[in-house]
Design a protein around this ligand. Structure first.
Ligand SMILES: [Zn+2]
Length: 299
């Protein structure tokens, strides 16, 4: 999987380069106070993970992602960094390591409350503390936010908008907090992908998982291998292939106005960017599928 080179993508999307082409792991270039839904008509997939960092499962996921050559977005719970105990320092180290390895980092609030139910004063206190804790770990706040349970209301949307957070939702939820077998998560993934495509014309989107569950970490490889297998079939059918993208920028163009409730368009990479990526994917997929087929026939 190739990482977007931000300058070229930013130019293609008409965004302003703020970080001078540097990796934008804290989402500064996406800091427009908008809402991303994940809806897309293109076969773009981005994986996101909530609730970490976990001392056991997050490092394991980081190694797996390296092996798969995939970058994801983490929405960390800031309370894990709060305090001076060894576990807090360890959580901060894991979070910095995720950023160092090229992943994007967002906030999942301080302590996982249903923010849509909080008073204005409590909301403000949550966001203030959130920024302070992220700043202490990364030397900067993050501009990406995912409210726990997806719970929001107009007041929270406005507050996030004013503070230039982009509120990142998802359209491919796997309910990995209620079902554990990785194979069950794969089946749900297949079901949701096909339901979204048939019902809404959405062929890809943002996948929600939790890096705090071992079964979810194990499932990641199954999901990626499934997309690779599907790509063999799609290639034979002459259809567009699944493209696992390394950051949220393809979804940003179609974001909602954060305080206006404007309906989102389907996310869409500019045609030349999508076409160029598809060409490279077709090339790699052809090689991979041929060698898989010849391996199978040699047994
Ligand atoms: Zn959560």
């Amino acid at each position: 999987m190739r990482r977007f080179t931000l300058p070229s993508l930013v130019l293609a999307l008409g965004l302003t380069t703020i970080a001078g082409g540097q990796p934008d792991g804290l989402g500064k270039q996406l800091g427009g106070g908008k809402i991303i839904t994940g809806a897309t008509a293109q076969r773009l997939i981005h994986f996101t993970f909530d609730d970490g960092p976990d001392p056991e499962t997050t490092p394991r996921l980081l190694d797996l992602l390296d092996r798969l050559h995939i970058k994801v977005t983490f929405f960390f719970s800031a309370s894990r960094f709060r305090g001076r105990q060894a576990r807090n320092r360890h959580a901060a180290d894991i979070a910095r390591e995720a950023l160092r390895r090229g992943h994007s980092i967002g906030s999942h609030s301080v302590d996982h409350q249903r923010m849509g139910r909080l008073s204005p004063g409590k909301l403000k206190a949550q966001l203030d503390e959130n920024e302070r804790l992220f700043d202490a770990v990364f030397g900067s706040r993050t501009f990406l936010f995912r409210p726990p349970f997806g719970s929001s209301n107009r007041r929270l949307d406005q507050m996030l908008h004013q503070r230039r957070y982009t509120n990142v939702m998802w359209n491919i939820g796997l309910a990995d907090w209620v079902q554990r077998p990785p194979e069950a998560l794969l089946r749900t993934f297949q079901k949701v992908l096909s339901r979204n495509e048939v019902r809404d014309g959405q062929r890809g989107g943002i996948v929600l998982l939790h890096d705090t569950h071992l079964w979810s970490v194990v499932a990641v490889e199954l999901l990626v291998r499934h997309l690779e297998q599907r790509n063999c079939v799609l290639l034979a059918q002459g259809q567009p292939l699944y493209d696992i993208v390394d950051d949220l920028s393809p979804f940003y163009e179609s974001a909602l106005e954060g305080d206006a409730g404007v309906e989102a368009r389907l996310a869409q990479l500019p045609d030349p960017v999508f076409a160029e990526r598809q060409l490279a994917l077709v090339d790699a997929t052809r090689k991979r599928c041929e060698s898989e087929i010849s391996q199978l026939s040699s047994h």
